[in-house]
Write a protein that binds this ligand. Structure first.
Ligand SMILES: *[C@@H]1O[C@H](CO)[C@@H](O)[C@H](O)[C@H]1NC(C)=O
Ligand SMILES: *[C@@H]1O[C@H](CO)[C@@H](O)[C@H](O)[C@H]1NC(C)=O
Ligand SMILES: *[C@@H]1O[C@H](CO)[C@@H](O)[C@H](O)[C@H]1NC(C)=O
Ligand SMILES: *[C@@H]1O[C@H](CO)[C@@H](O)[C@H](O)[C@H]1NC(C)=O
Ligand SMILES: *[C@@H]1O[C@H](CO)[C@@H](O)[C@H](O)[C@H]1NC(C)=O
Ligand SMILES: *[C@@H]1O[C@H](CO)[C@@H](O)[C@H](O)[C@H]1NC(C)=O
Ligand SMILES: *[C@@H]1O[C@H](CO)[C@@H](O)[C@H](O)[C@H]1NC(C)=O
Length: 455
């Protein structure tokens, strides 16, 4: 690391914290690690050359669902045609599984299982719709709709729409099993480009048990009041890159849960929705581990949360090494929130001594407006405190009033401009809440001028 930077920082920390009995070498080391936390964007996600199958049609074997009897009128059942064309495409080298443009294909819950022959492209240009009547949903597949698994090196792309027809499900009891619209499970080296996923019964796009996945230019939408309709849900997956995604739903725009690491999100638009979340983790005393997450460049508008980490009391495991940067919020209810008392059950949750440990979380260049007074909230377990929370260049305000930072059992530090002030992170009084007015002008030069390091 840059020596000048290092010296500067030790100086800054001493100035900022004076005689506080903090371990400076610890803080500086962690800051350095978080500064340089870098998630590979390409690496082994690179698939085969020329992702555009049309430009080399000669080499490709086109497997059009229409040739297998799909009708595409939105009424006829095209499930069998999809199953048959998948079998053909999956077993053929350099195949393109084509859902052609301009039609609506009604398809039941279906598993598309690999492994497949090499260089498969799934080209979705038309619309795929789910049956809309809960009574008739396939009882053998209560949790999935379009489920792709055991694939290696597959490209999904197109201008098509995957529509879960979820409206009747949203009204149905929350006890009912619901399906996620698109799932990619137990797969590696997957790229998904350009698709739209909408109106899912439950989650829109699930990436589970995968390694090396890149999603770009994905649009996801469902109404603000549709329950549990997470946008992109990442579970038990590593090396996942989300880029240039626009998500507006009734739940988290993105949720990252257990056993996931090396997750990079770049240029994300979120809203309406519940924000960009790590968790929930630790439900029913379970273990949850999420590490190495970077969000760079995001716009959140009218969401209930902004950058959220949520864990249940009684869990174990940890969330470690997370950096959020260059985020703009507009009318977000809880812009920055760590909630170790997350409780989404009808009955109140008891405090417990166990908790998922949260540490090494950096927020840098975060600005915008908060709907609530608590623009920053670090609500951590009394027995398992949050450690090494680092804030740099934060400018959160409220159009009509003041904002504050709430801390319970959380330590860390801020540098550069931090508004509202986060003094409570360094305070020994755990319940201390600092109120700040909204009137402070941002500094002319940000600390980033000096310590700027690129991703
Ligand atoms: C400070 O942290 C360093 C590195 O983790 C460690 O070696 C050292 O013992 C710690 N010092 C104190 C006083 O805790
Ligand atoms: C699709 O689901 C409906 C309702 O369960 C069923 O009647 C129909 O046979 C299914 N289609 C296929 C191809 O399995
Ligand atoms: C939900 O699915 C599970 C199996 O996945 C089943 O045991 C349960 O009965 C289903 N619940 C309802 C309400 O259908
Ligand atoms: C978390 O992930 C680990 C590793 O995959 C797994 O063993 C554990 O069961 C998962 N926990 C939950 C609650 O799913
Ligand atoms: C979790 O652990 C606590 C403390 O041991 C216990 O009281 C509680 O019943 C457990 N909860 C579940 C869902 O197992
Ligand atoms: C749990 O602990 C937190 C922090 O000390 C406290 O604010 C909250 O009221 C407690 N909840 C319950 C149900 O005791
Ligand atoms: C933070 O924001 C400033 C001003 O918008 C920008 O120049 C700088 O590159 C940003 N820092 C990082 C680490 O992206």
């Amino acid at each position: 690391m840059d020596k000048i930077f290092f010296v500067f920082f030790v100086g800054l920390l001493i100035v900022t914290h004076g005689t506080a009995e903090r371990n400076l070498s610890d803080d500086v080391a962690i800051l350095g690690e978080l500064e340089s936390l870098n998630i590979e964007e390409e690496g082994d996600i690179e698939l085969f050359d020329s992702p555009f199958w049309t430009s080399e049609r000669g080499n490709k074997v086109l497997v059009n669902v229409d040739s297998f009897g799909a009708v595409g009128d939105g009424v006829s059942d095209d499930t069998q045609a999809f199953v048959n064309s998948w079998q053909q495409a999956c077993s053929t080298s350099k195949a393109v599984f084509l859902v052609p443009i301009g039609r609506r294909y009604l398809v039941n819950a279906t598993r598309f299982i690999g492994p497949c022959a090499d260089q498969l492209v799934v080209q979705i240009d038309g619309t795929i719709v789910a049956p809309d009547e809960p009574k008739n949903w396939d009882k053998k597949n209560p949790r999935i709709w379009l489920d792709f698994s055991k694939l290696n090196g597959v490209l999904f792309q197109g201008s098509g729409v995957i529509d879960g027809s979820g409206s009747k499900w949203w009204e149905a009891s929350c006890k009912r099993n619901k399906s996620n619209a698109l799932t990619i499970d137990s797969s590696s080296a997957i790229r998904v480009k350009g698709l739209t996923v909408q109106n899912s019964q439950q989650m829109h796009f699930v990436v589970s048990r995968c390694d090396s996945v890149r999603l770009s230019d994905i649009q996801i939408s469902s109404p603000e009041d549709s329950p549990n309709t997470d946008g992109i849900h990442i579970t038990e997956s590593t090396n996942v890159v989300l880029q240039n995604c626009k998500i507006g739903t009734g739940d988290d725009c993105i949720s990252i849960v257990n056993a996931s690491s090396n997750i990079k999100m770049k240029t994300i638009y979120c809203g309406p929705g519940h924000g960009i979340s790590i968790g929930s983790l630790g439900k029913a005393n379970s273990t949850g581990i999420v590490t190495r997450v970077v969000l760079d460049t995001a716009f959140l508008r009218e969401t209930t949360n902004g950058l959220r980490i949520k864990t249940w009391q009684g869990g174990s495991g940890y969330v470690r090494s997370v950096r959020y940067q260059n985020v703009r919020m507009e009318d977000v209810s809880n812009p920055i929130i760590i909630d170790q008392f997350y409780c989404d059950s009808p009955t109140a949750c008891q405090n417990q001594t166990e908790a998922v440990e949260i540490s090494e979380i950096m927020y840098r260049n975060i600005s915008g407006t908060s709907k609530s007074e608590r623009a920053m909230k670090f609500a951590c377990s009394d027995t398992v405190p949050c450690k090494h929370i680092i804030l740099n260049n934060i400018n959160l305000g409220k159009t009509d009033g003041t904002v504050e930072t709430y801390c319970n059992s959380a330590t860390g530090f801020g540098y550069g401009y931090v508004q509202p002030s986060a003094e409570c992170l360094t305070s020994s009084d755990k319940k201390f809440i600092i109120e700040q007015t909204n009137e402070v002008e941002p500094p002319k030069h940000s600390r980033d001028d000096i310590i700027h390091t690129e991703l």
